[in-house]
Each structure stands twice: as C-alpha cells, then as structure tokens.
Design a protein. Structure first.
Lengths: 103, 150
C-alpha cells in the first residue's frame, strides 16, 4: 500500500525524526511505499506532494502537537498517533492498517 | 554528516558512573559546562527535567535522548555517554538504558545547520543497527565514526 504521513513532536528536535525513520524503515521492510513529512524546529522538511497524498491509501499523523496543513488530507483515511507509539511499534501499526484496510 | 559542529570528543564519556536518570543527565551536563556550551548548570538541568516530565526520552534499544531547549545554552551541542550500570529510564520498550545522548539546544537557534545535524543524529537512532553499534563502541572516535559514515 501507499502511505503518507507527518511526524511532529513537542520540541521538534528529536522524536520527530526518530518517528519518521522508524515508520519509514518498517514500511519499506514490509514492502510498502511511504513518504513522511517532518514538522520540526527547523520547519517543514520532505514536504508531501499533492500526488503523494492523492495516491495514498492511508495518512499517518504521528504527532504530539497540532500539525499544519491537515486540510490537505480531506477525504483521506487518517490515523492519529503520538510519536512514542510510532517509535515503539512501527511494524505493528503498519500491519494493523494493512489488515484494517484489507490491502 | 559533520558532527564536529555540535560535538567534541571532550563531551563523550564512555565510562559514566551514573546509576540513575538524574545522575546521568547531571554527569553529561557537567561535560557541556566544561566546554562552555551551557551558561548555567542548575537552570539548564531544570529545562531538561521539564522536558523529561512531558514524556519519556527513553526511545528503546538501550538508548535515551534527554533534551533541553534552553536559554542557558550558549551553543547548540551534544554530550554523549555510556553508563557502566543499567539505568531505569521508563523507556518505551521497558528495557534499561546504557547509552545517553543529551541534546542542548539554544532557545533561539537561528543557525539551522546545527539543528539539522541534531535531526540527522536523531534519525540515525531510528535504525536498530546504529543503536546496537553505539552500545558496543569502544572509543569516542568510534562513536563519531558511526554517525559520520551515514
């Protein structure tokens, strides 16, 4: 399946980037496509494109704060989780999404 | 990745004496104080422990990343340490911590180069292999090399 998402944590220094890395690795190991945007202290990086979002089966928002640009996901299935969950069990999250979506 | 902008070998300590989370943060803070990366020990510690109070910085794999974004930081820097003893950090995977990276970030860092390096260090910690290597590294140079290679 195709996954897009956002990672953002309270101080925007560390958990944001660890969560991105964990989700990305887990998705790729399980054979999925993934693109995660980070919203941290240094601003937005790896911004999602319209095409990424349009083609995505699911949006994962791994965040401990309000993220910007949620309107881009209108009409999409969104999973909201704290960054800690993304860091702790990235593979089970992705497997669960896959099971729930039947993909 | 050019880690030399945010870390010096003097702020890496592989034989830390700390036995608790508090002691570990203090021991690493002293390294930062020694190289003038922070201006006030007690106030910087307050900011780090405030962040600890918001949620665990024990990310699993034996690693913790306490961090303070604080006006008592002179220069965005890292201190890295490994403890001789297991430390209870209320980690996400409930395992004890042995390897700690303390992030000290200035309150208004306009030099995003430094923060970008920190972000890069954090991403590396999302890789289980990197975590395993850090726990086994034998010298500060080896630790710097693990990050620089990536």
């Amino acid at each position: 399946m195709k996954i897009v998402g956002i990672a953002a944590c309270t101080s925007g220094i560390a958990h944001t980037y660890i969560a991105k890395e964990k989700l990305t690795k887990a998705a790729k190991e399980l054979g999925h496509e993934i693109h995660i945007e980070t919203q941290g202290t240094i601003g937005t990086e790896d911004e999602l494109t319209e095409i990424d979002i349009k083609n995505a089966d699911i949006v994962i928002v791994a965040a401990d704060i309000n993220v910007g640009g949620k309107e881009r996901f209108a009409g999409k299935k969104i999973l909201n989780i704290p960054t800690n969950i993304a860091i702790k069990s990235p593979k089970s999250i992705i497997k669960k999404i896959q099971a729930d979506l039947g993909l | 990745m050019d880690l030399s902008k945010v870390i010096r070998s003097e702020t890496i300590k592989l034989d830390m004496e700390a036995a608790t989370r508090e002691e570990a943060v203090e021991e690493l803070t002293d390294l930062l104080l020694h190289v003038n990366a922070i201006s006030n020990r007690e106030n910087f510690l307050k900011d780090v422990f405030y962040r600890e109070s918001l949620g665990t910085t024990g990310i699993g794999n034996g690693i913790a990343i306490p961090h303070g974004k604080s006006k008592f930081v002179n220069k965005t820097s890292l201190a890295i340490g490994r403890t001789k003893a297991d430390i209870d950090w209320k980690s996400l995977d409930e395992k004890p911590v042995r390897f700690i990276i303390l992030f000290a970030v200035t309150d208004e860092d306009k030099n995003s180069t430094h923060i970008k390096i920190l972000a890069k260090v954090a991403s590396n910690l999302g890789d289980d292999d990197v975590c395993a290597k850090l726990l086994k590294a034998k010298s500060p140079e080896e630790i710097l090399a693990i990050f620089s290679d990536r």
